[in-house]
Design a protein around this ligand. Structure first.
Ligand code: 5GP
Ligand code: ZN
Length: 106
């Protein structure tokens, strides 16, 4: 998926800092934060959206990554969001989970 911005970030093309990472996912700060802390949990594997995901193990690993990344960032309280489809606000068609904490501007 050479056109995908998140695949490029995962490849290190933009030198994006990963605040957390594991075998399944990378976590980095959203470029246009909608909260005091706004992180994106992004699977290393390219999947367009939740609608295309058929791997329940990966889904579980992603949710565990949310928890681990939140803990690593010192967050006890946070909101998770998955936008699925253009009409719901999905802009990047590589599955990702938003972690929002502090003052949330959504
Ligand atoms: P979506 O609307 O698809 O659920 O969320 C995509 C998010 O990715 C948006 O909040 C947007 O600010 C963020 N984003 C888009 N391009 C980049 C980028 O190149 N780097 C980073 N760090 N975030 C991005
Ligand atoms: Zn991708």
């Amino acid at each position: 998926m050479s056109e995908c911005i998140f695949c490029k970030i995962i490849n290190g093309d933009f030198n994006t800092e990963f605040v957390y990472e594991n075998e399944y996912a990378v976590v980095f700060k959203d470029i246009n934060p909608k909260a005091d802390t706004h992180l994106l949990v992004v699977p290393r594997k390219h999947v367009e959206s939740l609608n295309e995901l058929d791997d329940e193990v990966l889904l579980g690993k992603l949710m565990m990554t949310v928890k681990e990344a939140a803990k690593a960032a010192g967050l006890k309280s946070y909101r998770t969001v998955i936008n699925t489809g253009k009409e719901a606000g999905q802009e990047v068609f590589h599955l990702h989970i938003h972690i929002l904490a502090g003052s949330i501007r959504l």
